[in-house]
Write a protein that binds this ligand. Sequence first.
Ligand code: 8IG
Length: 275
Amino acid sequence: MHAANPLDDPTADPFQVAAAAASVIAETTGVERHDIALTLGSGWGRAADVIGETTHTIAAHEVPGFSKPALEGHVGTLRSIALPNGKRALVIGARTHYYEGHGVRRVVHSVRTAAAAGATTMILTNGAGGIRESWTAGTPVLIRDHINLTADSPLEGATFVDLTDLYSARLRALAHSIEPSLDEGVYVQFRGPHYETPAEVQMAKAIGGDIVGMSTALEAIAARQAGMEVLGMSLITNLAAGIQQTPLSHEEVIEAGRAAEPVISALLARIVAEL
Ligand code: 8IG
């Protein structure tokens, strides 16, 4: 059995749990503050090995509020990495997805922990489906904006947060200066865990979406609430249902991620080096 997660207590203050998690990270690593945090989704895991030198690896379940990953290919660790430019990165390899059903507090806990650990830049990556037919599996895309179709929010009560420039124009310009060929797109978060029907993909396209996924929008909102600057990137691991003519499979997604991993990891390392 797992120890009870403090976030499952509805009377708990999620920001206090995040502060406790940040304290454990600081004590375990001896690093008082981390400057940048990265959540590495499907296909992006290798980036942790190339952006800098890992000085500490912490099992996520040893940190308050975190849980073991639900999925193979999602590594349940937090890593403290010394970057070549002297900054410190916290790499979160333990994403909790909304579809796991533990509630949105658990989903955004890693982002709040990163903010409590001192991070002012939040890099959110994911594997996702592509709606644009010009994209192929293995294409990395910058997230320009999102549409949140979960009908949920990490914000509680009358907390009004502006999302006009959620995916920082400054950071997108920086990414473009490093890789001018990067496309940008609007990320549409569905609840999942089923993939969309072709009709739902056509709806996402009609309302302005380019990318379909199951993770990043809720996390980005929490990052903005915490005052962080957000960079979002999707690896297109498949074309969305009905855009590609063959059925979607998780194996296909994992394989596309594996194939693209060296290229996108190197790209992310070059971006992080400029932050
Ligand atoms: I990887 O086609 C991956 N994640 N919603 N749709 C949604 N999420 C995804 C997809 C997809 N591919």
